[in-house]
Ligand binder design. Sequence first.
Ligand SMILES: C[S@@+](CC[C@H](N)C(=O)[O-])C[C@H]1O[C@@H](n2cnc3c(N)ncnc32)[C@H](O)[C@@H]1O
Length: 207
Amino acid sequence: MEHDARDGRSESPAAFWNRRYQAVDGLWSRDPNALLAEFVASLAQGRALDLGAGEGRNAIWLAKRGWRVTVLDVSAVALTRAAERAAEEGVELDCVEADWREYRPAPASHELVVISFMHPEPAERVYMFERARDTLAPGGHLFVVGVDLVDHGRRGPPDPERLYTTERLRRALEGFDLLRCESVSSVAEHKEGRPRVVDVVATARKR
Ligand SMILES: C[S@@+](CC[C@H](N)C(=O)[O-])C[C@H]1O[C@@H](n2cnc3c(N)ncnc32)[C@H](O)[C@@H]1O
């Protein structure tokens, strides 16, 4: 899977991502992230927030399994695509076009927050997880997956500080009960080719 190549340019996140999505019919695989599917299998359905949901592959999978899903993304193009694909699959998503840094969901309003291949800069990373924690009801779960630093130069943003390591993720999730935090090697969910990739995955529960 491709990832954010933007790095300190003047273009806004919305302009950058709309341009990328407009260039192709589908930027990402339609399959949900396998680690998310594995994790969610043991959870009771509820309200989920997918932060930076893209074309909705994870959100649609969740909605088909009974979750009420809010998809937030800065790209209107991605959200339109997510809504169309959801309709094709017979489910509905609550779409929110916003920059996550400016979005304030009601506190304790969700049982699950999904953050899949979002790579903000380090200061914002901590803030993103704090925001996720506020959004979760007590006992609610956070699922995070992103590119491991060992894949720097092959995938993800050019700034290595924005990639994940288990140590970085552990530190950023200090306010949670951490359930899992590890590097996972797998065959990529890529449209072209099937290279081996390394991601960092974490699951955590709000106290
Ligand atoms: C690498 S894609 C991942 C998409 C999806 N989570 C997935 O796993 O298929 C990153 C997504 O984050 C969105 N995004 C980037 N910066 C954002 C921001 N500041 N606020 C909201 N969405 C953002 C992009 O539009 C893009 O859809």
